[in-house]
Design a binder for this molecule. Structure first.
Ligand code: ACO
Length: 331
C-alpha cells in the first residue's frame, strides 16, 4: 500500500468531521463526494445549500448525506460570534466585527473547529495560505508546549533507501520565513511529532540542516542552527536529534559516518529541518520536481488541525489532505 493509501486507511478507522469552507468550489464538492463514498471522513461543506447543490449537479457529484451549512443563515453564527468576540476583544475585535467575520466561511469554519463542532479544517483551493493561516493562528492558536505553528512536507521518494522506506519529513517549508533558534527548535520537535503521527515513524531521527557539519564552517547562520539543536535537546531530551549538519551528511550513511562520527542521526535522518523558509521551500520543490517525490503538506503545532491546499490542487489532492487532517485529529 502506498503512503497516502495507508493514511486513508488510518482515517477510516475512526471517522472525523472535517469542515471545508470553500463548499461551493467544484473540486471541493467532487472531493467531498469521494471522501463520503470512500468513508475517509465526515465532510461538511460551507456555503448556500442551493449553490452547493447546483455545483454538485454540474459536476456529477453525489453529495447525498453530506452536511452543508450556510454561515449567512446558520443558527450557530451568533454563538460563534460571541466566542470570537470574547477571544479577540483584547485585540480590538468588537461584537459587530465578530458577527461580520463569522459570516465569512473561513472564519465560520475556524470557529466550528475551535468550538469542537468539527475536528479539523481544509481549505486553500481558492483562498491563499495567509487567508487561512491568519485566522487559524489568531483563533486556534498553538498546542500547549509549542511556541510556533509551522509545516511539514511529507516527501514520498522513489528511492526507498532514503529515510523511512523512502519517506522523508521536510520542515518548515510554508510558514515561518526566518525562525529564531528557539522557533527552529520548536519546528524540529513538531516535525518529529508529524513523522510519528502521519508517517508511522516510531523513532524519528531529526537532522537540523546547515551548510556546515559539526563546526566545519563558522558563521552566525551556522551558530543559529547549533543553538537550535541545543534548545531542541532541552525540549525533547529523548528525541534522536542532531545538528548542525549538511544535507548529504544527514542522509547518506558513509558521509554521515565520516563527517559526524558517533551521531545517531547522521546518515540515517528521516526528518530534515531546514534553517529557514527559503531553504525549506526550495528544498521540497527540488525533491519533488527533480527527485520525482510526491509531496503532501500539513501544518503542525496548531492546537487543532487545519490544513492548506495549493490553489492548483486537484479534487484528489483535497481528498488526501482531508485524510491527513483526519489522522492528525485522531492524535
Ligand atoms: N506561530 C504561531 N503564531 C503565529 C505565527 C506562527 N508561526 N505567526 C504569526 N502568529 C500569530 C501572531 O502572534 C499573531 O497573534 P495575535 O494576533 O494573537 O497577537 C497572529 O498570528 C497574526 O500575526 P501577524 O504577525 O499579524 O501575522 P502575519 O500577517 O505576519 O501572517 C503568516 C502570518 C501568514 C503565517 C506569515 O508569516 C506568512 O505569510 N508566512 C509565509 C506564508 C507563505 O507565503 N508561504 C509560502 C507559500 S506556501 C507554499 O509554497 C506551499
Amino acid at each position: 500500500m502506498n503512503f497516502i493509501d495507508q493514511v486513508k486507511a488510518k482515517a477510516r478507522a475512526s471517522l472525523k468531521t472535517i469542515v471545508l469552507p470553500e463548499g461551493d468550489e467544484p473540486r471541493t464538492v467532487r472531493a467531498a463526494a469521494a471522501i463520503k463514498a470512500e468513508g475517509i471522513a465526515r465532510p461538511v461543506l460551507l456555503g448556500a445549500a442551493e449553490a452547493i447543490r447546483a455545483v454538485a449537479e454540474a459536476q456529477g457529484a453525489d453529495i447525498a448525506g453530506i452536511a452543508t451549512i450556510d454561515p449567512a443563515t446558520s443558527a450557530d453564527a451568533p454563538r460563534y460570534a460571541a466566542m470570537l468576540h470574547e477571544l479577540r476583544k483584547a485585540k480590538g475585535v468588537t461584537e459587530e466585527e465578530a458577527a461580520r467575520l463569522v459570516a465569512d466561511s473561513m472564519y465560520f469554519g475556524i470557529m466550528m473547529v475551535k468550538a469542537g463542532d468539527a475536528d479539523g479544517l481544509v481549505s486553500g483551493a481558492v483562498h491563499t495560505t495567509g487567508d487561512m493561516l491568519r485566522p487559524a493562528l489568531q483563533i486556534i492558536k498553538t498546542k500547549p508546549g509549542c511556541k510556533v505553528v509551522s509545516s511539514s512536507f511529507l516527501m514520498d521518494c522513489p528511492n526507498r533507501a532514503l529515510g523511512h522506506n523512502g519517506l522523508l519529513v521536510y520542515s518548515d517549508c510554508v510558514v515561518v520565513p526566518c525562525p529564531t533558534a528557539e522557533e527552529l527548535a520548536h519546528i524540529a520537535v513538531s516535525a518529529a511529532e508529524t513523522a510519528r503521527v502521519l508517517c508511522g515513524i516510531d523513532e524519528p531521527r531529526v537532522a537540523l540542516l546547515s551548510f556546515s557539519t559539526k563546526g566545519s564552517a563558522k558563521h552566525e547562520l551556522v551558530e543559529k542552527v547549533r543553538q537550535a539543536t541545543e534548545i531542541a535537546h532541552g525540549l525533547a531530551p529523548n528525541l534522536l536529534l542532531d545538528g548542525e549538519m549538511q544535507f548529504d551528511a544527514a542522509l547518506i550513511p558513509e558521509i554521515g559516518a565520516s563527517k559526524a562520527p558517533g551521531s545517531a542521526v547522521a546518515g540515517h535522518a528521516n526528518v530534515l529541518v531546514f534553517p529557514d523558509l527559503q531553504a525549506g521551500n526550495i528544498g521540497y520543490k527540488i525533491t519533488q520536481r527533480i527527485g520525482g517525490a510526491e509531496a503532501f503538506a500539513v501544518l503542525q503545532g496548531l492546537a487543532k488541525p487545519c490544513n492548506d491546499l495549493s490553489r492548483g490542487c486537484s479534487a484528489e489532492d483535497i481528498v488526501s489532505t482531508v485524510a491527513l487532517t483526519a489522522v492528525q485529529a485522531q492524535a
